[in-house]
Design a protein around this ligand. Structure first.
Ligand code: ATP
Ligand code: MG
Length: 224
């Protein structure tokens, strides 16, 4: 199923790369501007292909349980603040402000740090991609003794209610054309769902005009 679904997606950028390379090395002499343009396109498409392959590889590894969890003590507040900093150029580019709110200055949980980073990479990446019109991104940590809730909120784009349960399905994208425009493969949240599951955590999404799109991950103490 995975191979069938992805065959088309892998082929599309590759076809375009081959096409432009043929033009570049073909008999027709191109001026410098055109050469640059074609090279830019093949580069962009190659990056897209790379992302697709990385996502697929990451997904299949998780899917077949080959990924071994390396669990340790992670300060989730510190991790999130570092990750937001790493995204700084992306926030800048989209003219987005971001804020990290937390009811504690530090909160140590037992989890796989790399998987947590992938999880929030996807959630924050999505918030930037789909919330670019919303002007700000909010990351919130609500910690108490039994559980820690982390939510990522963006504004500006509401997911239709009937589609909310579907966005965690692999290859599912809301409003295909728009999502294709933003370069998604629809695997991000499927990977997120899997990472959440291996941590015995929960994930929820709400999307409303005034409250924005909020994805909340809840880590439970008893499952650590
Ligand atoms: P990929 O993450 O593989 O690059 P993607 O972003 O399209 O591609 P997912 O991350 O799985 O895939 O998200 C699925 C769909 O859910 C998206 O295409 C988008 O339509 C919708 N979506 C996800 N996150 C948000 C968000 N924060 N705000 C609005 N819509 C979202
Ligand atoms: Mg995504």
């Amino acid at each position: 199923e995975l191979i069938t679904n992805v065959a088309h997606d892998l082929r599309t950028p590759l076809t375009s790369i081959i096409g432009y390379l043929e033009l570049l090395s073909g008999p027709v002499k191109l001026n410098e501007e055109m050469q640059k343009k074609y090279l830019d396109i093949t580069y962009k498409k190659s990056k897209r292909l790379q992302k697709l392959i990385e996502d697929l590889f990451g997904f299949t590894k998780l899917n077949y349980g080959k990924i071994s969890m390396k669990v340790s003590k992670e300060d989730i507040v510190k991790l999130l603040s570092q990750m937001l900093e790493e995204f700084y150029p992306n926030f800048m580019e989209k003219n987005l402000a971001y804020e990290l709110q937390s009811n504690v200055t530090a909160k140590v949980i037992t989890a796989d740090g790399n998987l947590l980073a992938r999880l929030f990479d996807n959630l924050i990446g999505n918030a930037i991609k789909y919330g670019a019109e919303g002007k700000r991104i909010l990351v919130k940590v609500m910690a108490d003794t039994d559980e820690v809730q982390v939510s990522v909120t963006n504004y500006g784009y509401v997911i239709p209610a009937e589609e909310l349960p579907l966005i965690f399905d692999k290859f599912y994208r809301v409003e295909q054309s728009r999502s294709t425009h933003t370069g998604g493969t629809g695997l991000g949240l499927a990977i997120v769902k899997h990472i959440v599951a291996v941590h015995h955590a929960d994930i929820e999404v709400t999307s409303e005009e005034d409250k924005g799109t909020e994805i909340t991950v809840t880590f439970h103490k008893e499952n650590e």
